[in-house]
Design a protein around this ligand. Structure first.
Ligand code: HGY
Ligand code: MN
Ligand code: MN
Length: 408
């Protein structure tokens, strides 16, 4: 393995530059197709052009930076992650995989010049599902699995017009406009977003599997009425029914499996007024597990419980808008990275990911693996998300070695 010194100062600058583009002070709010998201993708395109890479933009706003191979240019070894964030998110989720991938590519270009096979860094447009009711729209489009359309965000703006307007702002001379071909392999560098690596004092996580996840919107409809004159026994209080329903769901989740995660992340009352009995409550459910049967059982029990608690005129309806299967990742690439981590004297742990990732889409079309680095206190999807610099460096060093092994 040649000496491949990673310029950590440059990566730190790149991370700081993109995170400074988010106008909000409360963490990162780079929601897909928002002005902050356009500014970040624009900056990435500019870096790609300045560094002499082949730069491509697809119709969903995903950016591809290629260092074209001199022997097998058609064979692509890819890395990358997503550019969007959750609301009030952290500075590393997704972005570390994009800029760490760019840093690995630059390290190899500086040390060894052109690779035999093409090296590609991908900045997927959207993964989180934090603006529109969909997830992984960028990687699903690239993988030719599914196209996203007909969706609206909370302000009623539709996905297609937000997408076309944002992409139009990014297009420019010598930026290729196409949907590039699929790679021979895909490796995603990502923060763990959990406590396992820190607890095991491991520098690196090698991901064997990713949980399946399902997301739902639940609508509870009752009767809005006066908070003072309506006797308690005569109410159709949508919020009281919601509390009963959610309490039962927490208990059902625990009874099915200690590893089943169940989260109510969003909840809105209507009319949301101090002296009015809520006539309507809308909330979201996110549930995850490595076993599809557990997710199926929970979905059935949730539907049965909704029916049990509904009594005219009070109704509870559950609508599923995301169903991502649990996946196993490529064993050979994982074994290769374990071997490289040993050579680099990096301690490592093999684990399943409780977070969803673009890799669970990419693994459906090409051999895929993930490299994790520890999250301090296991915190993620919050402004406090952080990883120690030596761990950020270790992740890029292993990714660089893995890309070297595959492309040179
Ligand atoms: O929600 C997730 O698991 C990922 O961070 N999108
Ligand atoms: Mn992520
Ligand atoms: Mn995330």
């Amino acid at each position: 393995m040649p000496d491949l010194p990673v310029d950590m100062a440059q990566l730190t600058q790149h991370l700081a530059k993109i995170n400074a583009l988010s106008p909000d002070t409360s963490g990162q709010n780079r929601l897909v197709y928002s002005p902050g998201w356009v500014a970040a993708q624009r900056q990435l395109l500019a870096w790609g052009q300045e560094l002499g890479l082949t730069v491509t933009l697809d119709d969903y706003g995903t950016v591809y930076l290629d260092l074209v191979g001199r022997v097998q240019p058609e064979t692509i070894i890819a890395t990358g992650s997503h550019m969007d964030t959750v609301v009030q998110g952290g500075p590393l989720d997704g972005l570390y995989g994009v800029l760490g991938g760019l840093q690995a590519l630059l390290t190899l270009k500086q040390a060894l010049g052109q690779p035999k096979k093409t090296l590609r860094v991908i900045a997927f447009s959207e993964e989180e599902g934090s603006r529109f009711p969909t997830t992984f729209s960028g990687s699903k489009h690239y993988a030719r699995i599914e196209d996203t359309t007909g969706l609206k965000d909370k302000d009623g703006l539709d996905f297609d017009s937000a997408r076309t307007a944002a992409v139009a702002q990014l297009a420019g001379p010598d930026i290729q406009r196409t949907l590039p071909k699929l790679p021979a392999t895909f490796t995603e560098l990502h923060i763990e977003q959990g406590p396992r690596l820190a607890a095991a004092k491991a520098q690196i996580g090698l991901v064997a599997a990713i949980v399946g996840q399902r997301r739902y919107t639940v609508t509870v409809t009752g009767v809005a009425n006066h908070a003072g004159t309506t006797p308690m026994a005569q109410r159709q209080d949508a919020f009281q029914a919601t509390v009963q329903f959610i309490n039962r769901l927490f208990l059902l989740a625990q009874s099915l499996s200690p590893d089943l995660t169940f989260t109510v992340g969003e909840l809105a009352l209507t009319p949301n007024t101090v002296n009015v009995i809520p006539g309507k409550v809308v909330f979201t459910v996110d549930c995850r597990h490595t076993d599809t049967t557990v997710l199926d059982n929970f979905e059935t029990l949730m539907g049965n419980t909704a029916a049990l608690l509904s009594h005219d005129p009070l109704t509870i309806s559950v609508s599923r808008w995301a169903k991502i299967p649990p996946v196993q990742l490529d064993q050979q690439l994982l074994a290769q990275n374990a071997n490289l981590a040993d050579q680099l004297q990096l301690s490592h742990l093999t684990l399943a990911s409780g977070a969803g990732h673009d890799s669970q889409i990419m693994t459906q079309v090409t051999p895929t693996t993930m490299i994790f680095v520890p999250s301090i206190k296991g915190i993620s999807h919050a402004p406090q998300e952080a990883t120690a610099t030596p761990d950020l460096l270790a992740g890029v060093q292993l990714l660089t070695a893995s890309l070297y092994r595959q492309a040179y």
